[in-house]
Design a binder for this molecule. Structure first.
Ligand code: ADP
Length: 436
């Protein structure tokens, strides 16, 4: 930059000096230098005019120029070339992005901060029935499903929502809204009709099989009890076999009960009125009362109620989840150990904690404990009638209450299970709350 300026300055000084000398020789000491300065200014005006015309887009190319102007025009031409290349590259990227989104089998819609449709792909036109004239209309004016309107209004987009496709009740869509820049949302909708159908078929199958198994099992158990009660019916060496058959039958019955309960949790929506403020202290006292009736010796259970907070939920479901955790602690902890059940609350929410000094669980098994039928190898020694479904039930119940299960355990030192509930699920005892 300085070199171009320096040579322009040299050009001016040299030109002016020559004009002065010529003016002095010719006897026009003022006129010749003035002519030179006029010419110099005219050159600048000429190139400035070109620059202005070019910047207004009235002129496509810049002239070659000379001196300082040659350098200015050269730099501008380089920048222009660079920008053209960048523009071509961006246009190519945009077109391949558009082609990719057009090829997506899922609907994609770009929404403004006010949920107006800015752009959508072909699948959106097909699945959501959008037309080109719907651009800049609010999406909730076109998808009028009340659940979807609520979903947009609440603005809690962490979970997707399932809706029927507009004008096609047999098509189910899973819709997800993703905020991707401060004033834009991406709405994605996927056809989940087949997946939902398969899920329902699986649930129905498990529920039917479990239900059908119940009757023959009750009959077998009845006969077995008769045999066990009639001394003359079975020779003494075979009596232990009957006892083992009875144990396995009991396990089968627990298994069927748990499977039926799980499929009920998966299918049944909470009825209005089944959600109410649950007195957790009373609930835990009832559960511990039942545990005390157990015939086998077990570790003592200490109950610590550290907050009077009530929990907004389904009392029956919560009872089943808490019972599963406490019964597990009782089954897996030796009678010499201790079990502590705590209920406490803070600004973040409330928590039920069941801590034991039992055998603990190896770290690699912890992430899989809530899977159906998952049991840590060797668990049958502590809990021979266990089904591996208890913690799956706990997880399901907690999901239905927006809660989460936290498991901490150390081998040989014990385990702690925490059911955490969000603050929206807690109610202070003196505040009367309408059932949700
Ligand atoms: P199960 O009927 O086998 O107890 P669960 O789903 O309730 O099934 O528990 C899954 C597995 O988690 C159990 O088989 C056991 O290995 C482990 N487990 C659960 N609770 C405890 C506990 N308090 N202490 C040690 N292991 C536990």
């Amino acid at each position: 930059m300085t070199r171009a300026l320096r040579s322009e300055f040299t050009l001016f000084v040299l030109g002016l000096s020559i004009a002065l000398i010529v003016g002095w020789i010719e006897g026009h000491f003022i006129a010749v230098p003035a002519l030179f300065v006029f010419g110099y200014l005219a050159r600048h005006l000429y190139y400035s005019w070109h620059l202005l015309a070019w910047s207004y887009g009235k002129q496509r190319d810049l002239p070659e120029g000379n001196g300082l102007w040659a350098e200015i025009f050269h730099r501008l031409r380089l920048q222009q070339r660079h920008h053209r290349r960048r523009k071509r590259h961006l246009a190519k990227m945009l077109s391949s992005f558009r082609q990719a989104t057009e090829a997506l089998p899922d609907a994609a819609v770009v929404l403004t901060a006010g949920f107006e449709i800015e752009w959508f792909n072909k699948a959106a036109a097909h699945l959501l029935g959008l037309k080109s004239q719907d651009k800049w209309m609010r999406i909730d004016n076109l998808l009028r499903h009340p659940g979807f309107v609520d979903y947009l209004q609440q603005g809690k987009f962490a979970q997707p929502i399932t809706l029927h496709a507009p004008n096609r009740d047999n098509v189910q869509l899973e819709v997800r809204v993703v905020p991707y820049v401060p004033d834009r949302y991406l709405l994605l909708a996927q056809d989940v009709t087949q997946i939902r159908l398969l899920e329902r078929q699986r649930r129905d199958f498990v529920a039917h099989v479990s239900h059908e198994l119940r009757t023959p099992l009750t009959v077998i158990k009845g006969y077995l009890e008769t045999l066990m009660d009639t001394e003359a019916a079975v020779a003494p060496p075979f009596r232990p076999l009957l006892q083992r058959m009875d144990d396995q039958l009991r396990r089968l019955q627990y298994l069927i009960d748990d499977l039926l309960y799980l499929s009920r949790l998966e299918t049944v929506q909470n009825k209005p009125g089944s959600i109410q403020p649950v007195d957790v202290e009373q609930l835990l006292e009832d559960i511990l009362g039942e545990i005390d009736q157990l015939k086998e010796p077990h570790a003592p259970v200490e109950l610590r109620i550290e907050s009077p907070t009530l929990l907004l939920g389904n009392a029956q479901e919560l009872r089943s989840a808490f019972t599963n955790l406490i019964v597990n602690a009782v089954k897996y902890t030796p009678p010499t150990g201790t079990i502590t059940v705590r209920w406490y609350a803070n600004a973040q929410g409330a928590c039920l904690e069941v801590a034991d000094t039992g055998p603990g669980i190896p770290a690699e098994h912890i992430p899989r404990l809530t899977e159906r039928f998952y049991r840590v190898p060797g668990s049958e020694l502590h809990n021979p009638t266990g089904t591996g479904l208890g913690l799956a039930i706990v997880k399901h119940v907690l999901n239905r209450h927006q809660g989460s299960l936290e498991i901490q355990s150390r081998l040989g030192q014990g385990s702690t299970f925490r059911c955490r509930f969000p603050a929206e699920r807690t109610v202070q005892p003196h505040v009367s709350t309408a059932a949700s």
